[in-house]
Design a protein around this ligand. Sequence first.
Ligand SMILES: O=C[C@H](O)COP(=O)(O)O
Length: 263
Amino acid sequence: MGLAAPPASSAKFFVGGNWKCNGTHASVEKLVADLNAGEVPSDIDIVVAPPFIYIDWVRANIKSAYEVAAQNCWTKPDGAFTGEISAEMIKDAMVPWVITGHSERRLLLGESNRTVGLKTGHALEVGLSVIACIGETLEQRNSGHLYDTIDIQLQALFENVQDWGRVVLAYEPVWAIGTGVVASPAQAQEVHAYVRKVLTDRLGKSRAESIRIIYGGSVTDANCGELATQEDIDGFLVGGASLKAPSFINICNARGAAAAAAN
Ligand SMILES: O=C[C@H](O)COP(=O)(O)O
């Protein structure tokens, strides 16, 4: 007996694992060994984002089922920007993806919508693919500013992105990140559908349908199944659960498992 209807979205499922500022050489080696030992679907995109210091080792040692992302990049190619890593360097290190606009960078490090837009545009120009993050705080949601927050964040992307073919949009409500309070499937779907409509209005139906809109915020292998069946949820950006290989592998299998359960 089925759990839920199969997903309506035909976009290639995408699962990102954002390791954030976690790990040691020993724990990263163990995590990569465990990920390499697991079975993940070959028809989805899976991308892990280690801390910069481990990224080269991970890229060289993780199996080809997983691509690698940086967690951030700078807006310029090089220069006197102490502590920054440029998109050019990320490309030079043969890392194909970068995350931009994560709420931890927006809120803890003061990155503005403009900066996120510039970083995203520059990374794309350099040839990277980008996981661009958007999402509202609880205060913005509760004060009726959910959709204008999303609009403003998207507008900064529209001003800087020429080629949406290499962009994955991650909707991550800040109140759900690292809190254990996951958005309900209906809450997440409602915002994803809104984002899809904005993309449709700006870029046309066909392009909008091809852009993956993924959900992030307290995703675990226990709650990902129903989320994965929502029409406009094309995958996940996973934080804490991506540090545990068995959980992350289960999340990578979420859509296939949900489809199998529905049949
Ligand atoms: O980038 C990932 C998100 O911030 C979600 O993190 P979380 O799964 O630990 O809530």
